[in-house]
Every structure is written in C-alpha cells, then in structure tokens.
Write a protein that binds this ligand. Structure first.
Ligand code: ADP
Ligand code: MG
Length: 456
C-alpha cells in the first residue's frame, strides 16, 4: 500500500459521507471529529466523547470501510480516541449541583404543540388496543399518580404515537399551563449530544427536569447507545422521584430491546406495560369509517369499498389510512365517484396482506393446548363436559379467537365439534375474565400462546 496522507484524505472522506448521510447529521457529528492517523490499515479518529463514537459506529462503520476498500483497496479497522473529560463528569455530577434556584433562572419554553388530529376521540377502540387505550386515558386524567411509567409497545402503524399525542392533548386541554414534553429517543440523543458540544448541558437538563409530563416515543432506539441510556436513566429517576408522569413507546417489550441496560429495562417495567396489536376485521372497518367521516363530510362511501380495503390491509393502520387516502385523492382528481371499481383500480398494485397469524392453523392450536393439559384432541372436540376437558376446550377457543383474527366466531365453533356462536362467545368471555383475575392462569395461557407461535 502506498503511503496515504491522512490529512489530505479526510476532506474527501467527509465529502463522501455527505453524499450518504443527511446534512444535519454530518454537521452535528463530524465538525469536531478529526482523523489522527491511518497506519497498518487502522484508521484512528478522535471524537469529542463517547456519544460520537457510538453514533459513528452504528451509522458510519460500513461507509468508512466501503470508502477505503473501493478507493484504496484496503480493509480498515476503526479506532476511536476520546478527547474530552470523562463522560460521567458531564452527565451525572451536574445533576447533583443543579439547584432549584439555578434552573428557575431559565425562562420557560413554549409548550410543545401536539398533533390535534391525534386525540382520544379520534382513536378507534377494539380488542387489540382497549387496554392500551384505557391505561393511556387513566394516565391523562391523573398524570403521575396511577401508572408510572406507562410503556406502550407494538408494531409499526398501530397507534403508539397517536396515543402519546392523545395523552398530551388531553392534559393540555385540562391544564393549558402544564409543561409537557414530547420527544423521540433519537431526538433526545441528538439534543444531548449537541448540548454537550455547545456547553449547554445545563439547558438540556433544565429542559427535561422542568417538565410535568415526559412522553418519549420509540425508545427501542436506545438499544446499544450506552451513554444515551445513562443520561436517560438520570432523567428518568429524577422525574419519577418527583412523581412526574413518564410515558414511553417502543416496538417491543423492554426485555426484548437488545442491549438495553438492565436497570433501565427494569424501570421501564415499573408501571404498566400495554400492547397495541393489529386490528381485527371489524375494527379495521370502524377505523376506515371514522377516518372517512373526518375527511369528507358530504360524500358517502359505499360499504363494500371499506370492506375491500379492510380485506386487503391488515397489519398496519397507517397503511389502512393510506389506502383510503389514495382512493379519495384519485376520486377527486378524476372526478369519479367512489365505488368498488374505482377502489379496485386504485389499489390494484397493493397486495393482499397475509398476517403471520393466518399461518397458524386451528388444528395446531387444539393440539398444543391439548398437550399442555394432557388430554386428547378428540375429547376436546367431543360433547364431554367434565371440568378437566371443558377448561382446556375454552382455553383453545379463547386462543383461536385471539390468534386467528380473520376467522369468524361461527367458523371457530364449527371447528370445535360444531359448537354454536353463543358457546364460543361464552368460552371467550369466561377465559378473558379468568385471565384478568388470575395472574398465574394468565401466564399459563401466555406460555401456551408462545408455544403455538414457535410452532408456526
Ligand atoms: P405507531 O406510532 O404505532 O407507528 P401511529 O400512532 O403513527 O403508529 O399511527 C399510524 C396512523 O394510524 C396514524 O395516522 C393514526 O392516527 C392511525 N391510527 C392508529 N391507531 C388508530 C386507532 N386505533 N384509531 C384511529 N386511528 C388510528
Ligand atoms: Mg410512532
């Protein structure tokens, strides 16, 4: 390898990064980063503190490697040198020294403005989100006093951000003077880093310390970001001790966020953890009808159009809405009325979704439940009514209804030895109630469900 003058290539490297990253990111993360040397295929760079290292590692390692490989044919390793005082000094000490008097000096920032479309009224409730809805409403009505923190999790487009905003909107409506802060974990990190960089750490802390309610969206982003986790840990403790409400959202439960410090994970579980799931068919229809009524006042959309969309899109409410919007827009532009034919044309490129749960089959559910209870599937489907058979049967019906969201109640009954609608509903209700009352039973049923998921 020829000698490469590190100084002369650094500008080229930055120019290359600028073509791959957002300009704000390059400005934020690279103005204070310097190249120290490039020897023996080791690229040594100096960074202001550990945050920079973590961010660059996650976002740029591959870019660096590609750049050096394609321009110089070398396979580099990156080493970081941290050039400021110890991070812990910056993070925690000032928390202690930060007196009430000190932060009152700072003037209050104007309240965060929430999306006024995202309210409790505009949120459609179904089986998949009624618990998350109920706890969010409880928190909004009495922040800091019932569930702290509230942790909402679930897949993309299922209403987590909507609920966070609904909580914010509600509290502001009750008490316009309250200081509510909505942020994302990513924004939290970016603000933290730029505050460290500009010596505005005090302002940063003041901002988070001063709030009555802190809403943090997408905390799964904290995964692997040790230093940000540390700062967040301090913020969390401080607010929690002062009984300030904290609401968090994530795409998975705390335990499943990879590389999340144990102490943060356990704190995330202190209050209540609520899931939002994919909506069932009826709820998808209700959501579409509600959105349509908010979007167009004078026109009526035929029911089969809603049904058509609800049959196609299953797992993501954002996409459900998007499909409706496309149809409305197309009708407006083409000046054609909305009907099923128009819907079919507009959504012709949208594939009908198959949910993972549709691959689970009712036979698997029956077999696994029977195995757990050590009974025979034949007995489960028979007319026998002894308790040792009836309960597993009801559990299997409950699970079938929960997991097979596209199977109708009648069809479930048919698959359980020709039982009728009321029997299925009765079993479902009975088991749901028992689950609510009896935590052991609840975890037993969850165990069965995980087993079924594993098998599918
Ligand atoms: P997430 O944050 O979980 O990815 P969002 O909260 O951004 O999802 O929701 C995506 C879209 O779906 C938003 O426009 C939201 O208003 C809508 N939405 C989600 N859940 C519901 C619901 N239960 N009722 C009405 N609209 C919903
Ligand atoms: Mg969101």
């Amino acid at each position: 390898m020829d000698f490469i003058d590190p100084l002369s290539i650094w500008d080229a490297v930055i120019a290359f990064l600028s073509t791959k990253l957002k300009k704000e990111d390059v400005d934020l993360w690279f103005t204070d980063v310097k190249l120290i040397s490039l020897e023996n295929n080791i690229l040594k760079i100096s960074v202001p503190n550990k945050f920079f290292q973590e961010w660059i590692e996650t976002n740029c390692s591959l870019l660096f490697q590609n750049y050096f490989y394609s321009n110089f044919g070398i396979d580099i390793k990156i080493k970081y040198e941290i050039n400021t005082k110890k991070l812990e000094d910056v993070l925690s000490l000032e928390y202690e020294n930060f007196s009430e008097k000190n932060y009152k000096k700072y003037k209050k920032k104007p309240a965060f403005s929430f999306n006024d479309q995202y309210t409790f009224q505009s949120f459609v409730i179904g089986k998949m989100n009624n618990f998350a809805y109920a706890v969010s409403e409880a928190v909004a009505k009495d922040p800091g006093n019932c569930y702290n923190p509230l942790f909402i999790y679930g897949g993309a487009g299922l209403g987590k951000t909507h609920l966070l905003h609904a909580i914010g909107n509600y509290i502001l409506g009750d008490n316009p003077g309250s200081n509510i802060l909505y942020t994302t974990a990513e924004k939290f990190m970016n603000e933290l880093v730029s505050s460290l960089k500009n010596n505005q750490n005090l302002e940063f802390k003041q901002k988070y310390r001063n709030v009555d309610v802190l809403l943090v969206d997408d905390v799964q982003f904290l995964s692997g970001k040790e230093s940000t986790q540390e700062a967040f840990f301090h913020t969390f403790n401080e607010l929690h001790e002062k009984k300030k409400q904290i609401v968090l959202s994530s795409d998975v439960i705390p335990k499943k966020i990879p590389d999340l410090a144990e102490r943060l994970c356990s704190r995330f579980e202190w209050g209540v953890v609520a899931e939002v799931k994919s909506p069932d068919y009826e709820t998808r229809l209700a959501i579409l009808e509600k959105k349509a009524s908010l979007l167009i006042k004078n026109k009526k959309i035929p029911k089969d159009v809603f049904e058509y969309i609800a049959n196609k899109i299953k797992a993501n409410i954002r996409r459900l809405e998007g499909s409706l919007n496309r149809i409305l827009a197309y009708s407006k532009v083409s000046k054609k009325d909305i009907d099923i034919n128009l819907a079919k044309i507009v959504l012709s490129d949208v594939e009908t979704e198959i949910l993972p749960s549709q691959m689970i089959n009712i036979k698997d559910i029956q077999e696994i439940v029977a195995k757990f209870y050590n009974i025979r599937v034949d007995d489960m489907l028979s007319k026998k009514r002894s308790a040792n058979i009836a309960q597993p049967r009801q559990v299997a019906i409950y699970i079938a209804r929960e997991m097979l969201i596209n199977m109708s109640i009648t069809e479930i009954g048919r698959n359980f030895g020709g039982r009728d609608h009321t029997t299925v509903m009765h079993a479902y209700k009975k088991i749901s109630e028992k689950i609510k009352k009896d935590p052991y039973f609840n975890s037993y049923v969850n165990k069965i469900i995980s087993k079924i998921r594993e098998n599918s």
